[in-house]
Design a protein around this ligand. Structure first.
Ligand code: NAP
Length: 480
């Protein structure tokens, strides 16, 4: 154990873990961010017990105190956005502007939910029985377990923690083991913002240990998970067996439809940003570019030119457009899918090869396939890297059918100047979110986020819709 060990926060104390992990910079493997504690099952159970003990006072305590704490956290996150953004870019590999943008998003989310604390409205109706009133109110659920993935190390913890606390729940947070740094920094901020002991607990560590313990613990009343479909499915089976409340945000294979009448620069910008920025490691990334034949060749030529001009390098270096892939395992996955695409008969129009840079990082040239079909594995399976495939479509109707022909349904985009097609697509896209003339990735923080089909399960996250998951409704009948 080193002096700079970053500890877990359990029952109001910073505690060493059963084991530790070294957090390294994917842009430069020689750069160690720190040594982070990993909780075992017993420590995770202690965190749940602390959250359970803190629930009665927190859930019924003064709402002004709750709002103040969340507001103080928001203010500190925003004041430290550059430093937090740098930490984020260092541990996850997205570029510094993207890292700072994500840190700001986390700050605004806390500010939004500080306001929501005071807006937890109910409803009152006349009863069908004379003289009786009926009231519907929202109440917190209890101890909630929060499990996040590595690709948004501060925004996803923020958009789960802030509503959980705002609506009066107590929390055990398990961040992704690959990127504990931002979650630790967030915990440190929350503690100093004045949370009473036990209300918020940080249990860093392995999914197979900390995550499993939360999923199986009878005192965890609700669990919010973001991550892969595979892990989400396994969690769902266990949570259903003990009939606990569950919210899953999982993968995507998001389409961006480009029609003949599209403004070409808009289409290319949407594809470039949506498919490749943040190294393509976004659940909302547009990995299927469905392009009608009249614009196909011009679109591919313009996008290839833009890809060739992108600078892939150290996430912290000025001018870097794409940082590294997050780790060796994800890099191997990306390269394997590039090989699969070629074997399936798609044309590799650009990139897809490992890049050497002065620093020892996981650099990959962004890959663009053309002549792909929607039946290919590169068009059906989430790759989660800077790899996209162009699928040619005859017309709008075929493009829409291809867009919807997927087991996922997170975000669907279209680039068109036709109001008729934009309006039709908005209604017919089988996705939780639709973008018209905008990239599929990049969303507001104050409106619902989530998908359909295999992408999501349970109520939406973010905005006031977050109350659907983080509260339970009570109907009270009152006679004088
Ligand atoms: P992952 O492997 O499923 O891991 C997600 C989280 O679950 C991690 O904290 C992980 O811990 C934990 N975990 C693993 N096994 C577990 C188990 N048996 N029980 C409980 N928890 C367990 O996903 P990832 O690779 O980190 O993230 C990439 C995926 O997230 C992609 O599929 C992406 O599309 C999805 N994602 C979705 C959204 C959305 O809102 N729809 C947003 C962002 C990302 P470890 O750290 O120890 O593995």
């Amino acid at each position: 154990m080193t002096a700079s060990l970053f500890r877990n926060y359990i029952a109001g104390e910073w505690v060493a873990g059963a084991t530790t992990t070294i957090n390294r910079n994917p842009s430069d493997r020689s750069d160690v961010i720190g040594e982070y504690a990993q909780a075992d099952a017993a420590q995770t159970r202690a965190a749940v017990a602390a959250a359970r003990a803190a629930f009665p006072a927190w859930s019924t305590g003064p709402v002004q105190e709750r709002a103040n704490i969340l507001e103080r956290a928001a203010t500190e996150i925003l004041a430290r956005k550059d430093e937090l953004g740098r930490l984020l870019s260092r541990e996850e590999g997205k570029t510094l502007p993207e890292g700072i943008g994500e840190a700001m998003r986390a700050g605004y989310i806390f500010r939004f939910f500080a306001g929501e604390v005071l807006r937890m409205a109910g409803e009152k109706l006349p009863s069908v029985r004379p003289g009786v009133d009926v009231e519907m109110t929202r109440e917190p659920i209890g101890v909630v377990g929060l499990i996040s993935p590595w690709n948004f190390p501060i925004a996803i913890p923020a958009w789960k923690i802030a509503p959980a606390l705002a609506y009066g729940n107590t929390v055990v947070m398990k961040p992704a083991d690959l990127v504990p740094g931002c979650a630790w920094a967030l915990a440190d901020i929350l503690v100093r913002a004045g949370l009473p002991a036990g209300v918020f607990n940080l249990a860093m560590g392995r999914g197979s240990v900390v995550g499993e313990t939360l999923v199986n613990h009878p005192d965890v009343a609700a669990l919010s998970f973001t991550g892969s479909v595979e892990t989400g499915r396994a969690i769902a089976a266990k949570m259903a067996a003990r009939m606990a409340k569950l919210q899953l945000e999982m993968g995507g294979k998001n389409p961006l439809v480009v029609l003949d009448d599209a403004d070409l620069p808009t289409a290319v910008n949407c594809a470039l940003q949506g498919a490749y920025f943040s190294t393509g490691q976004r659940c909302t990334a547009s990995s299927r570019l469905i392009v009608t034949r009249g614009i196909h060749d011009r679109f591919v030529a313009a996008l290839t030119d833009r890809l060739a001009a992108l600078k892939v390098d150290d996430a912290l270096a000025p001018g870097t457009d794409l940082g590294p892939v997050v780790d060796q395992s994800q890099l191997d996955t990306d390269l394997r899918y590039v090989a699969i695409g070629r074997d399936e008969g798609a044309q590799l129009a650009f990139g897809g090869e490992r890049l050497e840079r002065p620093k020892d990082g996981f650099y990959l040239a962004p890959a663009l396939f053309t002549e792909a079909t929607n039946a290919m594995r590169i068009a059906r399976e989430e790759i989660f890297g800077p790899v996209a495939a162009v699928i040619r479509a005859a017309d709008y109707d075929e493009a829409l059918a291809v867009a919807n022909d997927t087991e996922f349904g997170l975000c669907s985009g279209i680039v068109t100047t036709s109001l008729k097609h934009a309006s039709h697509f908005k209604r017919q896209a089988q996705a939780g979110m639709v973008m018209v003339n905008l990239p599929t990735a990049g969303v507001d923080y104050h409106v619902p986020f989530g998908g359909r089909k295999g992408s999501s399960y349970g109520p939406r996250e973010q905005g006031r819709y977050a109350a659907e998951f983080f509260t339970t409704v009570k109907t009270a009948y009152i006679a004088p």
